[in-house]
Design a protein around this ligand. Structure first.
Ligand SMILES: Cc1cc2nc3c(=O)[nH]c(=O)nc-3n(C[C@H](O)[C@H](O)[C@H](O)COP(=O)(O)OP(=O)(O)OC[C@H]3O[C@@H](n4cnc5c(N)ncnc54)[C@H](O)[C@@H]3O)c2cc1C
Length: 461
């Protein structure tokens, strides 16, 4: 296959892109779209990264996924057993968020769908309920609800009142009852461009692919004699097939600009796709270090808009070298699902004030450099939205979709959904030329504990 990759932006990476910045102290650094956790269940994404480095040397493990609530409660996943269902039971037993009285108040029958999450059936059962209402129905303890939202629902960048409960249940399946890798993850050893995109870009170029950055695709239309006519950067070229691996705004734009592509029903489904509310990633280069025991990543709840804090020099080489030279710290703050009309400066100040609450030693720190990224390009998975979401295959066999916005019947989410649908899209095209594609791996597409499945099945009758 001869492949051309068109990228709208100047650099590869999408939501994991990075670019050079110069700090006030004159040093150079790489800013990016923000911290990303590479969970161990990301089998297909890891398979893709192995093509650039078979030993996955670009990743390094963080020892825990700690969560802190402003009430003082602290959760950790490091000591939770790995084997399902002991992991879920062990978590409940070890977590301060599940008191005995809380457990007695819960409605286990309402929670049974979590014991046997099947894809795509989970969408039939739970897509019309919000994550918020589902947990309220289960009478999930208040403190644990915060925890569930912090870990799962907020990672979809959405307010739990808007997010489909099916996506929440799917996450529970992927990380608890469906796998033994738990909620532990790896991060990149160097900024995203150096760790991911330069090696993958080189690999593509070595294979003969043509990479055209800063070249937005404007339209993809069926050609009169078969195949496609793709217009990108003002130039139209013929192709046999295309993978549209775009974000929500990009896909809507390309489809709107290609009036003869697909059917009216399919086009309406694309047109209906929405993005989650804006989010803010603030990176601060501080003149002094945070306290020694601060983890590389901390999920937070009850600290106003703050969703998590990372201390980059704990795991990223570039930040570690800067911190060693300057004696400072590189800290990143994330705030998701913000009000679109929010005063940006005020919101950035509020986020900094929350850092001062979480890590009080930063109160007196001078900020030597700061970058604030406001974006709104993550897909929204609204209540009832699953049925209308486009799939990898489109009405035109020459055009397939990939990305975390795409519907698939495999239990995957976020970066792993993007990678998995990417392989599925390539496989769908290769099949037309009789070429075998990539074998894919996921956690099981149904609950993996027979007795729990049987119990959930009885309740579903
Ligand atoms: C702050 C933040 C933190 C996150 N943390 C995590 C995490 O910890 N774990 C996790 O798994 N996921 C996380 N995610 C989600 C993750 O980033 C996405 O799931 C993943 O990047 C989706 O990849 P994608 O290829 O579908 O889309 P994107 O990465 O958005 O790629 C789409 C690409 O299409 C390009 N494009 C758009 N329109 C056009 C056009 N017309 N022509 C050419 N190119 C075009 C864009 O420029 C972009 O490069 C996080 C996201 C954010 C923003």
């Amino acid at each position: 296959m001869r492949v051309t990759l068109y990228e709208r932006e100047e650099r590869l990476g999408g939501r994991l892109a990075g670019w050079p910045v110069r700090l006030d102290d004159g040093s150079r650094a790489t800013m990016s779209r923000g911290f990303h956790a590479f969970f161990r269940q990301y089998y297909n994404l890891r398979g893709l990264l192995r093509r650039a480095d078979p030993r996955l040397g670009m990743l390094t493990a963080l020892p825990d996924y700690p969560l802190r609530h402003s009430s003082g409660r602290y959760e950790s996943f490091a000591r939770v057993p790995r084997t399902p269902p002991l992991n879920a039971l062990g978590f409940v037993a070890l977590s301060p968020s599940f008191g005995l009285r809380d457990l007695a108040r819960m409605r286990p029958a309402a929670a049974l769908p979590l014991l046997d999450v099947r894809v795509p059936e989970v969408y039939e059962r739970l897509d019309r309920v919000s994550a918020w209402d589902f947990l309220a129905r289960v009478r999930f303890p208040e403190a644990a609800r915060h925890l569930a939202f912090t870990v799962f629902s907020r990672s979809f960048f959405a307010d739990p009142r808007e997010l489909s409960a099916a996506e929440l249940a799917l996450m529970f399946h992927i990380y608890f009852l469906g796998s033994a890798e738990g909620l532990l993850f790896d991060v990149v050893r160097e900024p995203f461009p150096q760790a991911l995109w330069e090696p993958l870009g080189r690999r593509l170029a070595d294979l003969g692919a043509q990479l055209s950055c800063a070249t937005p695709v404007e339209s993809v239309e069926p050609a009169p004699g078969g195949g496609l006519r793709v217009t990108a950067g003002g130039v139209t070229r013929p192709y046999d097939a295309a993978v549209l691996a775009l974000d929500t705004g990009g896909l809507r734009q390309v489809v709107a600009g290609s009036p003869r592509l697909g059917t009216s029903r399919w086009r309406a489904g694309v047109e209906r796709l929405r993005t989650a509310p804006p989010f803010l990633v603030s990176r601060l280069w501080l003149d002094r270090p945070v306290a020694r025991g601060r983890p590389g990543f901390l999920g937070t709840a009850g600290y106003g808009p703050l969703d998590n804090v990372s201390v980059l020099e704990r795991w990223e080489g570039e930040a570690a070298r800067w911190a060693a030279r300057s004696g400072g710290s590189v800290v990143e703050l994330h705030a998701y699902a913000l009000d679109p009309g929010a005063d940006r400066e005020a919101e950035q100040d509020r986020l900094l004030a929350q850092l001062h609450r979480v890590y009080p030693e930063t109160r007196g720190a001078r900020i030597l450099g700061s970058c604030h990224e406001w974006r709104a390009d993550c897909p929204l998975f609204p209540v009832g939205g699953h049925a209308g979401r486009p799939t990898v295959r489109t009405p035109d066999p020459a055009v397939v979709l990939a990305g975390d916005l795409v519907r698939t019947d495999l239990p995957v989410a976020l970066m792993e959904r993007a990678a998995t649908t990417g392989f599925l899209a390539a496989n769908a095209l290769l099949e037309r030329w009789g070429v075998r594609g990539e074998t894919l791996w996921t956690v099981p597409a149904q609950g993996r504990c027979g007795p729990l499945r049987a119990w959930a099945g009885l309740a579903a009758r």
